[in-house]
Design a protein around this ligand. Structure first.
Ligand code: SF4
Length: 339
């Protein structure tokens, strides 16, 4: 395994860029109060900062700035072919944040956005208005899709707002995907059986090399334990699996470690899936030259890159046979390229 150039944890939000139109929004004011020492720069539109040409993703990752903005247009997007909609009739993901506090080498956001800074759209109330027409029938919304919303919950309170909204809409299901170990904000909220907290778990060796600034495996697992004890529905995701020379030992050991601590009956599903990405995003990742994960000789099919079929099958067979020791087949979800 080859490391990349990441060393120290990122410094957070020395600068707040704030769109003039949201200066008086209550969330803007709350965030300004929290970051009293940050330099505030008023802008007309977030793209002035976020879409500037010739930005350095690597340098910005080490010193992220926060941009507060108003989302114009759609907050909700149809779930993509790279994700599991868990058989819900409708599946959307909500995009209320652009960018992530974490910095995973395999993250498609590096290929999607021109900047490593974070844009927070403070007008979440408009996402709820946009969602209302769909809520007459079974609908899943992934609230943490282009970011890790729990990682910045203490700053945004957006998860709390989603949970309060879901409480009032009986056809609405939420998936909150995270690598965060901070579930403090959930402790004062009654668990909702239509809300699933989904933790991505990786071997510590993979976290050390590829998942920069994220909590350790041990801390994530403690958060999982705590969430289960509080009564939350939990899904565990060993996804994306990164294929390395020690794959055969790292990932089966991970599954054993998980279920030495977590009662298999206490989780809803285990999700398994190998690394995948759109070809365009991979091209952008290669240009950044930040990690060996971009340069694996992947197979391409229908604009999607993933491991060659033989390796993809090895990954799934290895993980599945280990997972079946703990869980019945129907509670294991696998992502595999459609042939
Ligand atoms: S936690 Fe998820 S969204 Fe954040 S950098 Fe990692 S892969 Fe990307």
């Amino acid at each position: 395994m080859k490391n990349s150039s990441h060393t120290s944890p990122p410094k957070l939000f020395s600068h707040l860029y704030i769109e003039r139109s949201v200066l008086d929004h209550p969330q803007t004011q709350m965030i300004r109060a929290k970051f009293g020492e940050s330099q505030v720069i008023v802008i007309d539109h977030y793209k002035e900062v976020f879409n500037r040409p010739s930005q350095s993703f690597a340098a910005q990752s080490r010193s992220k700035k926060l941009i507060l903005a108003r989302k114009e247009g759609k907050f909700l997007h149809e779930g993509s072919q790279y994700s599991d909609g868990f058989d819900h009739k409708q599946f959307f993901y909500a995009s209320s944040v652009m960018g992530c506090l974490y910095d995973c080498d395999y993250c498609y956001l590096q290929g999607l956005y021109p900047s490593a800074n974070t844009v927070l759209f403070v007008n979440l109330e408009e996402a709820f208005v946009q969602l209302l027409p769909y809520l007459g029938e079974d609908t899943l919304v992934a609230t943490s899709y282009d970011t890790d919303t729990l990682a910045i919950e203490s700053l945004t309170h957006q998860t709390r707002e989603w949970l309060a909204f879901a409480e009032d809409h009986k056809h609405l299901h939420l998936e909150i995907r995270t690598k965060s170990a901070n579930i403090k904000s959930l402790k004062s909220i009654a668990p909702n059986p239509r809300v699933t907290l989904a933790w991505t778990l990786s071997p510590q060796e993979i976290i050390d090399v590829y998942e920069h600034a994220t909590p350790s495996f041990e801390k994530r697992l403690s958060a999982v334990e705590e969430a289960i004890a509080l009564g939350w529905k939990v899904r565990l995701c060993v996804d994306p699996v990164i294929y390395t020379e020690h794959f055969d030992s790292l990932y089966p050991k991970l599954i054993d470690q998980i279920f030495e601590t977590i009662d298999p009956n206490a989780i809803e599903h285990l999700t398994l899936g190998s690394f995948r990405m759109s070809q365009n995003h991979l091209r952008a990742l290669k240009k950044l030259r930040r990690s060996d994960v971009a340069f694996y000789p992947y197979a391409v099919r229908d604009e999607m890159v993933t491991y060659p079929e033989r390796i993809e099958n090895t990954i799934l067979e290895t993980l599945l046979s280990k997972a079946l020791v703990y869980l019945p087949q129907e509670r294991i979800r696998t992502w595999q390229r459609q042939l």
